[in-house]
Design a protein around this ligand. Structure first.
Ligand SMILES: [Zn+2]
Length: 439
């Protein structure tokens, strides 16, 4: 099984200089190879007999560049690291063609910098040794890891000048056997991610986007506005740029932390999680900024769910972008074609069920996933509810993440509001309760 680790690095002045060269070489290799691929595409796009360039074509290019006087300095970089960069670009293109990720971008000096080293590195207690770097680099090891089993190593530098090393460790042990997926609403859950709420689960739990993240995002916007007003090349502009980068970094840390906590709690509680494959192409087409940002964190959320599920022998089922998921009535299957995005609730014309848009979507996602593995869907419950303790909301509450119950019934939904819930159940933390079907 593969496990990822990330540690802060503290290179000295000289090591920073060498890193900076390596970053530069890998950035140029990436950009040059990308340029070559694009030119080739432009020249041959009407010729169906020609396929695009691959890794080997771009590797040849780098070899040629190294012979040229103006690119001689590329030789200073670790050549395996350059090869790795070209392989990463190749992978990025393959992922793009399979529509699972965005078109690869040119790398800029002001963004996050990185290079990878596939072998010939070494560790002592808190030092990292790299080829050509001489003495060890100080490393903050906050979590033990098997040093002899590290497979891959990536060095990064953030726009705020922090250095990190990311490691992939292969313990050569087999992944635990997967538990069986069942048509049990307590064991299998569908997740609908959205902009209004972070996620709505088919068991009626709604997880909101944390307030602190919204505050940070507001701050980012105002700082970006400030940056755009500063004169190009001025000292103040540079200061403003660093402020923007710091805020970006803060948001990304807060988001990762939030995603980590939510995915841990969900995988702990359920055996099987059903999610929708993100359609990045479709997202790009609608040019909705908020959606694009959401998309990035949903991608990370799904990755995190899959990673944790693999470690614990749980399942993640991905279903194709199921466009009608919010439009299909879960109880009867009727498709409400006229449903607009602003309608948060609707009544089914066919069976009269009162539906909460997001909850309905998450139930459809869950059942679509069950169907995909040959299991029966779970009927919608429309009975009486009583408040019971819910392990997921309890788990989330412990980590300071607010989760609320949601229902198809607007009256019940009103009841679920925390204040009222507290009144109806008396003492205890209201957030650890939800409503369960008792019929
Ligand atoms: Zn219906």
């Amino acid at each position: 099984m593969l496990t990822a680790y990330k540690f802060r690095l503290y290179p000295d002045k000289k090591q920073q200089e060498i890193f900076s060269k390596y970053f530069g070489c890998n950035r140029v290799a990436w950009n040059k190879a990308l340029e070559l691929r694009e030119e080739y595409y432009k020249d041959h796009k009407n010729d169906s007999s020609k396929k695009g360039l691959n890794y080997y074509d771009t590797a040849k290019l780098i070899k040629e560049l190294k012979q040229k006087e103006e690119y001689k300095w590329l030789k200073e970089a670790n050549s395996q690291s350059l090869q790795q960069t070209l392989m990463d670009l190749d992978k990025a293109f393959k992922a793009f063609f399979r529509r699972i990720s965005k078109y690869p971008n040119y790398k800029k000096k002001s963004n996050r910098q990185s290079f990878r080293i596939p072998q010939h590195f070494n560790f002592t207690d808190n030092l990292l040794y790299l080829p050509k770097l001489g003495k060890g680099i100080k490393m903050e090891v906050h979590r033990e890891f098997p040093r002899e089993k590290v497979k891959q190593l990536t060095i990064t530098k953030t726009p705020t000048d922090k250095y990190f090393v990311s490691l992939v460790v292969d313990d050569r042990e087999e992944a635990p056997q997967k538990v069986q997926t069942t048509s049990d609403p307590k064991k299998t859950v569908g997740i609908d991610v959205g902009l209004k709420d972070f996620a709505v689960l088919s068991n009626g739990i709604k997880i909101s986007n944390p307030k602190y993240l919204q505050r940070s995002e507001k701050l980012l916007k105002s700082r970006q506005r400030m940056l755009s007003r500063k004169q190009k090349g001025s000292k103040n502009r540079n200061k403003a740029r660093i402020r923007v980068a710091k805020t970006h970094e803060k948001i990304s840390n807060q988001k990762n932390d939030f995603i980590h906590k939510v995915s841990t709690a969900i995988i702990k509680q359920f055996d099987t999680v059903v999610i929708e494959t993100l359609n990045i192409k479709g997202m790009k087409r609608n040019r909705n900024m908020a959606k694009a940002i959401g998309n990035a964190s949903w991608g990370r959320f799904f990755q995190s769910l899959k990673y944790k599920a693999d470690k614990q022998g749980k399942n993640v089922i991905e279903i194709g972008m199921f466009e009608k998921s919010s439009k299909t009535c879960h109880p009867c299957g009727y498709v409400n074609k006229g449903l607009t995005l602003s309608q948060r609730e609707w009544i089914c014309e066919n069976c009269n069920a009162h539906l909460n848009r997001d909850l309905n979507a998450s139930e459809d996602i869950r059942d679509f996933g069950l169907k995909q593995v040959g299991l029966d869907p779970i009927p919608s419950d429309r009975g009486e509810y009583k408040p019971v303790e819910n392990p997921l909301t309890a788990e989330l509450a412990k980590m300071n993440i607010k989760a609320r119950s949601t229902s198809h019934d607007p009256e019940k939904q009103e009841l679920y509001a925390m204040r009222k819930l507290k009144l109806s159940i008396g003492a205890g933390s209201p957030s650890i309760y939800w409503w369960e079907d008792v019929t």
